[in-house]
Structure formats: C-alpha cells, structure tokens
Design a protein. Structure first.
Length: 315
C-alpha cells in the first residue's frame, strides 16, 4: 500500500504537497518507519503528495524552489535543522507553505516555533495547523544574495562547527579537531556598521552571532528576547569574553541562563560586517570559506514576514 500510494501520487499533475525526506537526519535506523508514518498520515488526511527521498546529489533548496514554482501548496520538510533551513530558502517569498516534520538530532527550528516533535502530530499540522508568516535574514556578499532562517556566525563558532556538529552526532574521533581549533583560533577586529550608519562599532572579538531564531547548537537559547516575527535581526557581540569566558557562557546556556550582561546585544534591520583578518562564516549550518570576507564587507538585512509556515493553531 505504501509503495502504491507513492507511485499513484507521482502521476498527479500538481499534488497537494511535496514531501522532502532526509533519511540521514537523526536516527537513520528509524527513517523508514518515520516515512511510512508520514505517508500514511497524509493518506488518512486525504492529502496527495509527491515524495522525494533525498539522495547525495539532490539540492534541497532547488527541489523546494521547483515545488513553489509549480504552485504546490505545501512543502513538507522532514529532517534536521539544515534540511529545514534549505527548504525554507527554496520557498521564501512564494505562496507555498512550509510544514516542518522534525526528524533531526537537535530540531532547534521546531523548538523555536513550538511545533510537535513526533512525526505524526507534526504532519497533522497540514490540516489542523494555522498558517503564519515569519522573518528570514538576507545576506549579500561578493554580489551574491542568499537567505537564512536560523543564524549566521563569524569567527570561532564557525571554525569549530564542523567538528562540534560531528561530535554531537556521535563521532568522538573529531574531539581532537574541536579542541585544536578552540586553542589555535585567534580573535579578529570586527568593523560593524548598523542600520546604514546610525551606529558604528569596532571591537576585538572571537565570535559574532546574528540570529533570526532563538536556539542554536544543542538546544541552547541564546537570549529570551529573540523574536522571529519582529522584522529585526538580533546581533550578539562577544567582545568582553575570552575563550574560558565563552566556555563558562556555554555552560550557563546549557543550564538555561540566557541573558549575560557581558554580551552586547543589538537589534537591527541591517548590518554590514568587515573583519581583519578574514574570518570563517557559518550560515544555517553551512560553513563558508573565510576567503569570502577577505577585503570584502558582508551585508545582512532582515526580510520580514517572507516565509509561510504551518504552526499549532491558537486555542
């Protein structure tokens, strides 16, 4: 029945939903059962769906953009935060609505939006949820524009992310890389231009964060006031924290302490960033080469209310 359902909906011209399923997210041993639950739930709801099981050669944002271009009403993104981020990037600004089914390791986006964590309840939102609009961030660097849903970070956090992500997913062999990067990374001078010259800041720091969503890493809530519907980006400057201070701060975040007076928190519509020397950049889980910032300025702006998302209906 499961295979026949997938085969049948593939022949429909425009389905009710495009499902993008990342079997490598979260617990891979559970992926087949999760996909069957999702498909069966959609069938019970009377939703026709085209199912795409991701392969290494698939580019998620292209699949999502193609669905939006065809006029598919719903994009059901099943995976971790990176899968959700890329799917959102593909449909931003369109009429297609994102349905998030969190099957990843951390699921920070689902947590931020207060969505169900089990696949059946999350899938049901396609019929029982309430459509809403949330902000995204826009990045322009070297004349290339892209979007982000969660965050962008420059400096130490971006440099450590590949090894940190691997260790959090169980690859303890990367602990040496993680420690080595932490020890060897040096601070940079950050030149910040906020809201087209309203404020300019030059600081020495190890890391800069620009957030649209409040959670990152292992479900760390960076600050209680981050709002993804306010038309603003939340910028965190860690100029007064050395490496040991950052470790202490991370431990405090893990314990639920979110607002640290040593961290400079700015809320802006637009920010330009230039670093000396050039630092690595991480955008929604993808680490970009530090060469991107070599003698270049990175510009970020808020893109208010540009993404349609299904959320739990207000009671």
């Amino acid at each position: 029945m499961f295979k026949n359902f997938i085969k049948r909906v593939r022949h429909r011209q425009i389905p009710d939903a495009q499902v993008i399923f990342n079997a490598s997210s979260g617990d891979a041993a559970q992926s087949e059962a999760q996909l069957e639950q999702i498909v069966e739930t959609l069938r019970e709801l009377g939703v026709t769906a085209q199912i795409t099981r991701l392969k290494p050669e698939n580019r998620i944002h292209h699949l999502a953009a193609h669905a939006a271009k065809r006029g598919v009403p719903f994009l059901v993104a099943c995976g971790g935060d990176n899968t959700i981020d890329l799917a959102a990037r593909g449909i931003v600004g369109s009429n297609t609505t994102l349905v998030i089914v969190p099957t990843g390791t951390r699921n920070n986006i689902a947590r931020a939006l207060d969505l169900p964590q089990d696949v059946v309840s999350a899938t049901y939102l396609i019929r029982t949820g309430q459509r809403g609009r949330v902000d995204m961030g826009r990045v322009n660097i070297a004349r290339h524009e892209t979007m982000f849903l969660e965050l962008m970070t420059i400096g130490l956090a971006a440099a450590m992310f590949p090894a940190l992500d691997a260790t959090q997913k169980g690859d303890l062999a990367r602990l040496g890389d993680l420690l080595g990067t932490f020890i060897s990374h040096s601070p940079a001078t950050f030149h910040l231009n906020l809201d087209a010259g309203k404020q300019e800041i030059d600081v020495q720091a190890l890391v800069l964060l620009v957030l649209n969503m409040p959670y990152l890493g292992a479900n760390f809530q960076i600050a209680s006031s981050v709002d993804y519907c306010d038309g603003l980006l939340d910028v965190f400057v860690y100029s007064d924290l050395g490496k040991l201070d950052l470790l202490t701060h991370a431990l405090q975040l893990a314990q639920g302490f979110t607002d640290d007076p040593r961290v400079r928190h700015l809320r802006v519509k637009q920010i330009e960033v230039y670093t000396e020397p050039a630092m690595p950049v991480m955008l929604d889980g993808t680490v970009l080469s530090e060469k991107l910032l070599h003698r270049r300025t990175l510009e970020l702006t808020s893109a208010p209310q540009t993404l349609n998302v299904m959320r739990v209906a207000a009671s």
